[in-house]
Write a protein that binds this ligand. Structure first.
Ligand code: OOG
Ligand code: MG
Length: 259
């Protein structure tokens, strides 16, 4: 029998010590996706027990750009915690991370509960109160940012920090599948894309999350839930001194600095 708690502690220690570790799949034979989610569940439980609070869901690997970059091909989910929050125009310190990368995403805030396996993107849009731009900072706890799908699921999908934009927008005012984003570091454009890159429409990412949560744990997403829908473009590696500004068409900018 695998001790999922021990595997979760292995990753928690890597995060705390900012020291990358080798993949679980290199050590545990036949480590599969279901086992990855079992480790993730223990990791989330442990963080909650030590006083952290879940503030959002996150979807990962929902765009071709991300799947290609990470060489894995199935969307996955994880959890964002209160301590991960960085204010817009805020700062992070390089020494708090292993090898951080940044990616541009759209976040949804639900105006009604969503539950079940047959939810469509259209229904998601009807039940969404707000959409907002967000930057996710991912920091894999694995060496060289390399892993198999069950590994990255166990590692809470590399979640590390989030910078939400300060303004909320109504989904009805946007063509949610055609919002252009452009991310620049120190004045140079390093990644750009359109929101349709996320499963045709980021609303489909929320629908897929509803399906996965329901199938795996009969969990419902409650009104007020926040969901990061996944990187639109590939993620860009950060270094000390970087000033990141991302422009979202019709939504303004989200930015931060690396000290
Ligand atoms: C996994 C996390 C992916 C996204 O938005 O696609 C993710 C990784 O790339 O390390 O957050
Ligand atoms: Mg992401």
């Amino acid at each position: 029998m695998l001790d999922y708690r021990v595997l979760a502690e292995y990753l928690l220690k890597a995060e705390k010590q900012k020291q990358a570790v080798s993949c679980i799949s290199d050590k545990v034979e036949h480590f599969n996706l279901e086992m990855g989610y079992r480790v993730q569940q223990e990791l989330v439980k442990s963080k909650v027990e030590s006083g952290n609070r879940v503030t959002a869901y996150k979807m990962g690997l929902t765009s071709q750009a991300k799947m290609k970059q990470m060489k894995v091909d199935t969307p996955i989910y994880g959890y964002i915690f209160d301590y991960m929050d960085v204010p817009d125009k805020g700062q992070i310190r390089m020494e708090d991370f292993i090898h951080p990368k940044v990616e541009a995403e759209l976040a949804f805030i639900l105006g009604e509960d969503i539950e079940g396996t047959n939810v469509t993107g259209e229904q998601v849009l009807e039940r969404t109160q707000w959409i907002l731009p967000a930057l996710e900072i991912i920091d894999s706890r694995y060496e060289n940012f390399r892993f198999k799908l069950p590994d990255v699921v166990a590692d809470n999908t590399s979640a590390s920090r989030v910078i939400f934009g300060n303004r909320l927008f109504q989904p009805q005012d946007f063509a949610v599948d055609s919002i252009g984003v452009s991310m620049s570091l120190n004045g140079e454009i390093r990644a750009s894309g359109v929101s349709s890159a996320v499963l045709g429409n980021p609303a489909n990412s929320v629908a897929l999350l509803a399906k996965m949560l329901y199938e795996e744990k009969k969990e419902k997403m409650k009104k007020g839930s926040v969901i990061l829908t996944g990187g639109i473009t590939e993620a860009v590696l950060l270094k000390k001194g970087d000033h990141v500004i991302t422009e979202y068409e019709g939504m303004g900018e989200v930015s931060f600095q690396v000290l």
